[in-house]
Structures are given as structure tokens and as C-alpha cells.
Design a binder for this molecule. Structure first.
Ligand SMILES: [Zn+2]
Length: 131
């Protein structure tokens, strides 16, 4: 089944409404359900993908994203942020222990970071940003 695609603005509006009633939403699926429920008041075929919704939330000025993760494969190369899809630009050689270089990546867009053991996002918590 195909669905209609709401504008970024409409998604932002739905997010604002949702976060005016609560401070924290503990999972991406829950947030997606709430946003879609809100959007369906306007058009019952509206839908938004999890990735798009996450990116709109990251780019909004009133939501803070908390990323929970598990350790991943240290040999895996990561060129893109697994959270928001931005490419990593600032690769830093932090420390050298006996010739071993620890590399840290940090995403300027969403705040995701990882060391040598690639952190794999497992859960997202969305919170109202404190002003
Ligand atoms: Zn990111």
C-alpha cells in the first residue's frame, strides 16, 4: 500500500504538538506511531519513514536525541553516521597506545560518536530540549 508523504513542516508541527504534552518518548516506533496518528487527522494516508522522522527530529530545535547502542565490529569501516546518514568528516587520531591508533568519529549533525568498537544504535530516546 502506498501512502501520502507529509511535508517536513507538517511532521515538525505534529512533533511539536506531541512534545507539548510529554517530555520523553522512549522509542522510535512509539514516536512514529504518535506522529502518524497526529498526521492522519489531516490525511488518513499520511505516513512517514522512521529514518526520515528521526532526521526531522534531529534537525528540529526542540528535541534532543539520546542514542543507546551496543558494541559492533571494530574492523568494520564506517563512512556514514548510522543515525542520520551524514558523512563523517572529523576523524581524529585521539591517542596512540604502543603504536595502536584509536580513532574516534563524531557526527556534528546528531551527536552520535564512536570509538574503535563501532557503536551500533539499538534504541533512540527523544526528549524535549531544555531551553
Ligand atoms: Zn549523525
Amino acid at each position: 500500500m502506498s501512502y501520502h508523504i507529509p511535508s517536513d513542516e507538517q511532521v515538525q508541527k505534529a512533533l511539536k504538538k506531541i512534545f507539548s504534552k510529554r517530555r520523553t518518548i522512549n522509542s522510535q516506533i512509539r514516536l512514529k506511531n504518535l506522529v502518524e496518528k497526529e498526521l492522519k487527522n489531516k490525511d488518513k494516508n499520511y505516513g512517514v519513514s522512521s529514518t526520515r522522522l528521526r532526521n526531522i527530529a534531529i534537525n528540529s530545535d526542540f528535541i534532543k536525541l539520546e542514542i543507546h547502542s551496543r558494541e559492533g565490529d571494530p574492523h568494520k569501516t564506517m563512512n556514514k553516521c548510522p543515525v542520520c546518514g551524514h558523512s563523517f568528516k572529523n576523524v581524529k587520531n585521539l591517542t596512540i597506545y604502543g603504536g595502536e591508533v584509536t580513532i574516534a568519529f563524531r557526527c556534528d549533525n546528531c551527536g552520535y560518536w564512536t570509538g574503535k568498537k563501532k557503536r551500533i544504535p539499538t534504541r533512540y530516546i527523544f526528549q524535549v530540549k531544555k531551553k
